[in-house]
Design a protein around this ligand. Structure first.
Ligand SMILES: Nc1ncnc2c1ncn2[C@@H]1O[C@H](COP(=O)(O)OP(=O)(O)OP(=O)(O)O)[C@@H](O)[C@H]1O
Ligand SMILES: [Mg+2]
Length: 301
C-alpha cells in the first residue's frame, strides 16, 4: 500500500510518518492483516486522512452512497498495519454491545468484551460504520473514548486506557431520505472528511485495476458514462438515485460474465430510479456510450 501511495504522489513526509508509525507500533501477533479487496483512489483524501490519523485524531467519513467510505477505512487500517474492528450501527445499538457486558460462563459472571473494548485494548482501528444510525444517547459512552481522556468506562470494572495506536474511523451517509444528523458533541470529536465524487481519471484507474482485460476504449466509455450521469445530477436533470458506482461495477461484472451490456446496466443503474422519465434519460446516456450491438467480446480482450 505504501508503494501505491508513492505512485499516487502522496506527500512523502506523510508516507514517512506512516512508516515511523508502523515501526513504533508493530502489528500485534495473532491478528493477521487482511489484504483490502479494493484500493481507494483520491490523493487529497489520502493525505487528509493519513495526516489526521498520524496526529492521533479520529476520522469521520461523511458522504453519499458508494463514495468509498468503507474502502478507505479498511485501506487505512491495512496501511497503518493495524487489525480492524467493524461495528455496524443500528437504532438498537447500546453500550453493552459496543463496550461489553457481564455474562454467565460456567456458573460465574464474566465480562464479555465488545468490539470497541477489544480494539482499544489491542490498539486496532475501529470502524464505526453508519454511526448516525444509532440513537445519540447510545453514543454517549464513546465520548471519553474519543476525546483527550482516551479511556473506556466499564460500569463495575476499572477504567481501561485506550492503546496509543488505536484509532476510530466513523462513516456516515447523509443527504437522502432516512439519513440522520450526528449530534455536535460527537462530531466535534472527529476530523471530518466529506467524501468527494469519483473523478473520471480515478475511475479509469479503478476500472483498469478491477477489470484488467477490459479494452481501453471501453474503460473510457464506462468512465464517461458515469461522469455523464454525475453532470446530469449536478444540473438537477437526474437524481442521485442513479449515481451509483457500486451499481456500475456490479453491472460490468455481469457483462464480463456474458450478460448483454444494456440489460446489465439497467439492473445496475437505470432501475435504481422508479421514475420512467428519469429511466429514459439514463438509457439515452447509456446508448450514447455503449452500442446495443456490443457484447462481452467487444468490451473485453
Ligand atoms: N474513491 C474511490 N476509490 C476506489 N473505489 C471507490 C471509490 N469510491 C467508490 N469506490 C467503489 O465504490 C464501491 C463502494 O465503496 P464503499 O462500500 O466503500 O462505499 P461507501 O461510501 O461505504 O457506501 P455506502 O454509504 O453505501 O455504505 C466499491 O466497489 C469501491 O471500490
Ligand atoms: Mg459503507
Amino acid at each position: 500500500m505504501i508503494e501505491f501511495l508513492r505512485e499516487e504522489h502522496v506527500d512523502e513526509k506523510i508516507i514517512q510518518g506512516i512508516e515511523d508509525y508502523r515501526r513504533q507500533f508493530p502489528a500485534p501477533s495473532g491478528t493477521p492483516g487482511r489484504k483490502p479487496r479494493y484500493i481507494y483512489y483520491g490523493r487529497e483524501v489520502w493525505e487528509q486522512a493519513a495526516q489526521a490519523l498520524l496526529c492521533g485524531e479520529n476520522l469521520l467519513l461523511a458522504g453519499s452512497k458508494a463514495t468509498g467510505k468503507n474502502v478507505l477505512a479498511e485501506n487505512l487500517a491495512a496501511l497503518f498495519g493495524r487489525p480492524s474492528y467493524n461495528v455496524s450501527f443500528h437504532i438498537n445499538m447500546d453500550a453493552s454491545y459496543m463496550i461489553g457486558t457481564d455474562t454467565f460462563q460456567n456458573g460465574e459472571v464474566v465480562f464479555r468484551p465488545g468490539p470497541v473494548y477489544d480494539c482499544a485494548k489491542l490498539g486496532g482501528f475501529c470502524i464505526l460504520d453508519e454511526i448516525n444510525m444509532a440513537r445519540n444517547e447510545a453514543l454517549a459512552v464513546l465520548h471519553s473514548v474519543l476525546d483527550f481522556r482516551r479511556v473506556i468506562n466499564v460500569p463495575g470494572y476499572e477504567t481501561i486506557p485506550v492503546h496509543r495506536a488505536a484509532r476510530f474511523i466513523a462513516t456516515m451517509n447523509y443527504g437522502y431520505a432516512g439519513t440522520r444528523e450526528l449530534n455536535e458533541a460527537l462530531s466535534s470529536r472527529f476530523m471530518v472528511i466529506h467524501m468527494p465524487e469519483m473523478t473520471r481519471e480515478n475511475l479509469e484507474k479503478l476500472l483498469t485495476r478491477e477489470f484488467p482485460d477490459m479494452k481501453k476504449e471501453y474503460v473510457q466509455q464506462f468512465s464517461g458514462l458515469f461522469t455523464d450521469i454525475q453532470k446530469k445530477c449536478q444540473s438537477g436533470e437526474l437524481t442521485a438515485k442513479v449515481l451509483d458506482l457500486r451499481g456500475l461495477l456490479d453491472a460490468i461484472r455481469l457483462i464480463q460474465n456474458g450478460l448483454a451490456p444494456y440489460l446489465a446496466l439497467d439492473m445496475g443503474i437505470t432501475n435504481k430510479t422508479f421514475d420512467s422519465y428519469e429511466q429514459s434519460l439514463v438509457k439515452d446516456i447509456i446508448t450514447s456510450r455503449i452500442s446495443k450491438k456490443s457484447g462481452r467480446d467487444a468490451i473485453f480482450c
